[in-house]
Design a protein around this ligand. Structure first.
Ligand SMILES: [Zn+2]
Length: 375
């Protein structure tokens, strides 16, 4: 039983609130003889849900089961209690093999599923993806990857303007897999068509897509204005100017934003040389760039830092930040009955933050991942 903290519920902030935990779930009231932990002066918020994450702790989700578990553990220690593992562009057979390994981790409950970023993306907006391995989104090949994840494919990022793009979006929508518009060179009109075909997410809005022009409003305008789309934002201070973040938040509203990390291996680890899929990356001062060409290559962000920045630098209301970090991505994943808010019956996934929004504790499914050391 946690008492005394400010608990953030879907209905608002409750100062001096309580959260009762029974086994792995949040309960209406604490079981008889439960330990009581006084967390006065702290925020109690739902565990974070990351839709887009390539790795952390020096390990990548494309690097096999052991590496994937290292990445999961690293992000869990930073408050991410539900995580979708992202792959990067590679050979289809290599990706299918990685998906099989990740599907096993999803079956064990270690991750929430798989996100394929590439290879069906635009060479004009490839970012840190290997150009030689890019291909048009052939629905049969999209299907092959989805099948390789054995029911655990959650999202595929596509340049929907490429040949086969719209058919692939329809195929994904039919299979209950999120079609995400990203690494795209689409026009405004082409993006509207993709949304009408069933695309519901913008992969890291603003990054790896054409900017807004007043005669050529581009994909960003189409993705922001349509109520069916949730926009991913990487709030690390490097990927987006704070004003661009505000613009997205104001247009989409707090119900349609998901903060993601797009983290690579160096998240929760040191500067130095890493691999992102097959490409070499140099991390300096926490900023990851391709050795060749210098493109930004994912982030070293963790979601506790995204939270803190959103409140202390961007000035967003705590309740809105909680939606962008937990409730919205949980809903997108179809997991809102289990995670994403602190309500009885849901998994006891929660994060404890101090008055300065520094992380002080993490609980997942009723067990402390980071045990709070309170005075
Ligand atoms: Zn990514």
């Amino acid at each position: 039983m946690l008492t005394g903290g400010t608990v953030v519920l879907p209905t608002g902030e409750v100062p001096g609130g309580q959260v009762a935990v029974d086994g792995r779930r949040i309960a209406e009231r604490a079981p008889e003889g439960a330990d009581v932990l006084d967390v006065t002066g702290h925020w109690v918020v739902p565990g974070f849900v990351d839709l887009h994450n390539h790795g952390g702790g020096g390990a990548a989700f494309s690097g096999g089961a052991e590496a994937a578990l290292t990445a999961v553990r690293t992000h869990r220690e930073h408050g991410t209690t539900t995580l979708v593992a992202s792959t990067v562009t590679d050979d289809l057979d290599v990706l299918a093999r990685q998906a099989g390994i990740l599907a096993e981790l999803a079956e064990q409950g270690d991750i929430a599923g798989v996100h394929f970023e590439g290879p069906f993306i635009s060479p004009c907006r490839k970012g840190a993806h290997s150009e030689a391995l890019l291909r048009d989104p052939d629905p049969a090949e999209v299907r092959k990857l989805v099948d390789a994840a054995r029911g655990h494919a959650k999202m595929v990022t596509l340049a929907t303007e490429l040949p086969g793009g719209l058919d692939s979006v329809r195929l994904l929508a039919e299979h209950g897999v999120i079609a995400a518009v990203g690494h795209t060179d689409a026009s405004y009109e082409q993006t509207v068509a993709a949304i009408d075909a069933g695309a519901t997410v913008a992969t890291h809005l603003f990054n790896a897509m054409p900017p807004i022009g007043h005669r050529d409003p581009g994909p960003i305008t189409a993705l922001l204005e349509d109520g069916r789309v949730t926009v991913e934002l990487i709030n690390d201070g490097t990927h987006l100017h704070p004003a661009a973040l505000q613009l997205a938040f104001h247009h989409a509203g707090a119900g349609r934003v998901a903060f993601i990390t797009d983290a690579m291996d160096a998240a929760g680890s040191a500067d130095g040389r890493y691999l992102l899929g097959p490409l070499e990356v140099e991390v300096q001062g926490g900023v990851a760039r391709l050795v060749e060409g210098g493109s930004i290559a994912g982030s070293t962000l963790t979601l506790d830092r995204a939270f803190r920045r959103a409140v202390t630098v961007d000035g967003l209301p705590v309740a809105d930040v909680v939606r962008a970090l937990s409730a919205n991505p949980a809903r997108l994943l179809g997991m809102a009955d289990r995670v994403g808010s602190l309500e009885p019956g849901k998994d006891a996934d929660l994060v404890l933050l101090d008055a300065d929004f520094a992380l002080k504790g993490v609980m997942r499914r009723g067990e402390w991942v980071i045990t709070p050391q309170l005075p």
